[in-house]
Design a protein around this ligand. Sequence first.
Ligand code: NAP
Length: 268
Amino acid sequence: MKTINFGTTDQKVPAVVLGCMRINSAADPVAAIETAYDHGINFFDHADIYGQGECETIFAEALKKTSIKREDIFLQTKGGIVPGKMFDFSKEHLTEAIDGSLKRLGVDYVDAFLLHRPDTLFDPAEVAEVFNQMHQAGKVKYFGVSNQNPGQIELLKKYVKQPLVVNQLQFGIMHTGMIDHGIHVNMTDPRSVDHDGGILEYSRLHEMTIQAWSPYQYGFFEGVFIGNEKFPELNQTLTELAEKYHTTPTGLASAWILTHPAKMQVIA
Ligand SMILES: NC(=O)c1ccc[n+]([C@@H]2O[C@H](COP(=O)([O-])OP(=O)(O)OC[C@H]3O[C@@H](n4cnc5c(N)ncnc54)[C@H](OP(=O)(O)O)[C@@H]3O)[C@@H](O)[C@H]2O)c1
């Protein structure tokens, strides 16, 4: 497994992460964890809202049935999304979210905690307070964000002491916004519009690891594009290249992300 440094830290992490958002529909969660681990994927991505907490619980129960030790894996979770209310980065909610994830995962600490999606009404000083408490208590090692633009990250950085080492963003063959506008500079077509404030360049400048979520989906969870008859030309190319490089179309779609010199992680 190819490894990269986790943001600006010396922590080595695998280029491929197992996303656990759908582990509650896995036929055999133990096999999913063991197969990933045997292939060098010792990094697992969670969020408190995945299956309303069920995914973290299922993962913890499955992990106990393996011989894999807690210290040999990297556990990441996210918080800040509240079903029905949308987003909440208040001190009370984030504290509850992290403690809840630790309880469900059955661990004393998570390796990384990410703010899941921006909360318009957030107070960065409150977030900083929670991060300090969680870090000092040894409950969270590294911090990061998800779905945030450079302005939002800079605002947080004014208050948060710990480095923000990661940003989880949707990126892949069917989500090319981060690179489109760069290729269309000085043009007036829709792709020339930068929707995300130059987040790719910002992440590279600040050595924040980009984690590409839902890499095989098109639209917002509309479905998988691989083998999908809606995209015949793309699938023909994926199949041809997969044969040429002795891999699968899924492998190729992952390599498309990992080949970018920004040193990203794919969350499959
Ligand atoms: N930060 C965020 O806002 C955010 C949002 C969404 C997701 N995420 C993270 O990203 C992870 C991955 O997201 P995702 O599950 O939507 O994305 P995905 O990896 O793009 O899609 C996986 C789904 O596609 C199916 N699939 C069908 N054909 C496939 C193929 N050829 N190759 C791979 N998968 C195929 C899988 O089915 P089988 O299970 O049957 O293989 C599975 O249901 C999540 O688990 C979560 O950790 C983060």
